[in-house]
Design a protein around this ligand. Structure first.
Ligand SMILES: [Ca+2]
Ligand SMILES: [Ca+2]
Ligand SMILES: [Ca+2]
Ligand SMILES: [Ca+2]
Length: 217
């Protein structure tokens, strides 16, 4: 006795439905994976940028805290336009004694190449940044008690938008200024800093911050 044809048709239609449903599910899973991957990528990029902004902000605040207690006559060099300076030595007041201000030994802030990096246009230490620098604070310069501390790494060789060509490419009044830059105009000292990092997909991110403070005469 023959089986009814309707049963075979129904069985074939069910298989097609299952194939379509499987395709739809796989497509949805792919879309979810794509959206999730992009969201994760966006989160990691945002987190890296936030870290850079915090680094630049806290470093500039620390520099300003140091120099806010210095006097113009104790700055060496005086970071004048059009070049400014990527280092400075200074003395700052440590409070007041019977004879007036008590001055602390000379201190220095200076941009240096990070360890493992040389100034050759190449990424010698393999971290994705070329000729990057670090900001070093030195206390008691020239004394037996002299000591150094690195207060920021990942500083760009030149400030954002600047290239070494004898021109002021970024329009801030300084020519070929470095990634850490100081300039004194009148009584106003401006501190600029550009820091960079490389995200999880090897894309470089950079941020530039600047702050101005009044220097005591
Ligand atoms: Ca490097
Ligand atoms: Ca290099
Ligand atoms: Ca400039
Ligand atoms: Ca330039």
């Amino acid at each position: 006795m023959r089986r009814p044809r309707a049963n075979r048709s129904r069985l074939g239609f069910t298989l097609i439905e299952m194939m379509v449903m499987t395709g739809v599910v796989l497509l949805l899973m792919g879309v979810v994976a794509l959206v999730s991957g992009r969201a994760n990528d966006h989160y990691r990029v945002s987190r890296a940028r936030l870290h850079l902004n915090n680094l630049a902000s806290t470093t500039i605040d620390r520099v300003c805290d140091e120099l806010a207690y210095a006097e113009r006559d104790d700055l060496n060099p005086v970071p004048a336009t059009p070049f400014g300076s990527s280092w400075i030595e200074y003395e700052k007041s440590g409070g007041y004694g019977a004879d007036g201000s008590v001055w602390q030994p000379t201190a220095r802030l200076a941009l240096e190449l990070v360890e493992g990096e040389v100034d050759d246009g190449l990424d010698n230490n393999g971290n994705g940044l070329v000729d990057e620098g670090q900001l070093v604070m030195t206390r008691d310069v020239g004394l037996p008690s002299e000591r150094r501390v690195v207060i920021c790494k990942g500083i760009q060789e030149y400030l954002g938008g600047e290239t070494p060509n004898g021109l002021d490419d970024n329009g801030n009044g300084l020519e070929d200024e470095r990634g850490f830059s100081l300039v004194l105009e009148g009584e106003m000292l401006t501190v600029r800093l550009s820091v960079a990092n490389v995200d999880h997909q090897r894309r470089m991110q950079t941020v530039t911050h600047e702050t101005s403070i009044l220097i005591r005469n």
